[in-house]
Design a protein around this ligand. Structure first.
Ligand code: PEP
Ligand code: MN
Length: 346
């Protein structure tokens, strides 16, 4: 439930709402905004009797949020959530953000080369996994903490933000210490202890859609993170299971306008896992930007043929450079722009 205040409501009026919600046995979440000030009520399972709150001074309206997800909904917050990283990248605003890099951190040389190539091509965030969720237990599992340390070195040299996956709740803190954004992978979208822990990490979270998750399930998974007090969630459409074998998954681009209508959270697209086939990545990346994605996550490897994971869907660096030029034009056509490249340090 949401208590919307009059424009001229005083701090004292807002405080009284918070106290009353707490006296009623619920939690209060103030939602300051440019357009309106509101206080959310959480912790209820079912409808709350709002009469007592409606009677308080300077209450304009009480809204009963109809969706099962509350804090992620547009009813809860009309304005888009914009997440700003320390290198200045803003996710969820008018700019389309580029996150790119290899599937996994494999060696110092590989990740430093990748980082330089991605920055020079115009990406502002480097993606690469240090902890890898692999279908086979015998496949490369990632470099672990060493991988995180190499990512920090890549950030120090290039200025790129870092997004990397946390596979289990106990590793969230160490990933949060090294990364700018904690990735929760498709296989873990409904790992509720992991979501809750990420909700207490103090870092933005990139939440990927599960292999067979509906959009409502994705939004409810995000709600777990917000319910722990972390408002900085970026959703990611990365394809869902289908029956056709020409691609690894079906990249559901409809999810982008659907999520934008239902939620204030940013949503990006991952055409690499979404298709699983290098030749299909560029067309679907272009389509995702045209569909309104707030960013792209693309796998690019300095030498895809030698990659330890996901080489078949990784772009060659010159392909990524070409893609960036194309998405600039597409972004411009829909009144957006692509995040400006980071300055190359002297
Ligand atoms: C990845 O980003 O490398 C990854 C494993 O993605 P997903 O969880 O979408 O499969
Ligand atoms: Mn991958």
């Amino acid at each position: 439930m949401l208590v919307v205040m009059n424009h001229d409501a005083a701090d004292e009026d807002v405080r009284r709402i918070i106290e009353t919600i707490e006296e009623m046995g619920y939690e209060a979440r103030p939602i300051p905004g440019k357009q309106r000030t509101a206080v959310g009520l959480v912790g209820n399972d079912g409808k709350v009797d709002s009469g007592r709150l409606e009677a308080l001074p300077n209450v304009q309206q009480v809204i009963h949020v109809t969706q099962p997800y509350k804090q992620v909904s547009r009813e809860w917050r009309e304005e888009a959530t914009v997440i700003t990283l320390s290198n200045g990248t803003r996710i969820g605003g008018p700019e389309v953000v580029l996150m790119a890099g290899p599937c996994s951190v494999e060696s110092e040389d590989q990740i430093m080369t990748s980082a330089r190539q991605m920055r020079d091509a115009g990406a502002t965030i480097l993606r690469a996994g240090a902890f890898k969720p692999r279908t086979s237990p015998y496949a490369f599992q990632g470099l672990g903490i060493t991988g995180l340390e190499l990512l920090v070195r890549a950030r120090e040299e290039t200025g790129l933000g870092i997004v990397t996956e946390a596979l289990e709740p106990d590793m969230v803190d160490v990933v949060a210490e090294h990364a700018d954004i904690i990735q929760i992978g498709a296989r873990n979208m409904q790992n509720y202890p992991l979501l809750r822990r990420a909700g207490r990490s103090g870092r933005p979270v990139l939440l990927k859609r599960g292999l067979a998750a509906t959009i409502d399930e994705l939004l409810l998974a995000a709600e777990y993170i917000l319910s722990e007090g972390n408002p900085d969630v970026i959703l990611c459409e990365r394809g869902v299971r289908g029956f056709d074998t020409h691609t690894r998954n079906i990249l559901d681009l409809t999810a982008i306008p659907v999520v934008h209508a239902l939620s204030h959270l940013p949503i990006i697209a991952d055409p690499s896992h979404g298709t699983g086939v290098r030749a299909k990545v560029m067309p679907m990346a272009r389509a995702a930007v045209a569909a309104g994605a707030d960013g792209l996550m693309v796998e690019v490897h300095p030498n895809p043929d030698k990659a330890l994971s996901d080489g078949a869907q990784s772009l060659y660096p010159p392909q990524f450079e070409e893609l960036v030029e194309q998405v600039r034009i597409i972004a411009d056509a829909i009144g957006r722009s692509v995040t400006r490249p980071l300055a190359v340090p002297a």
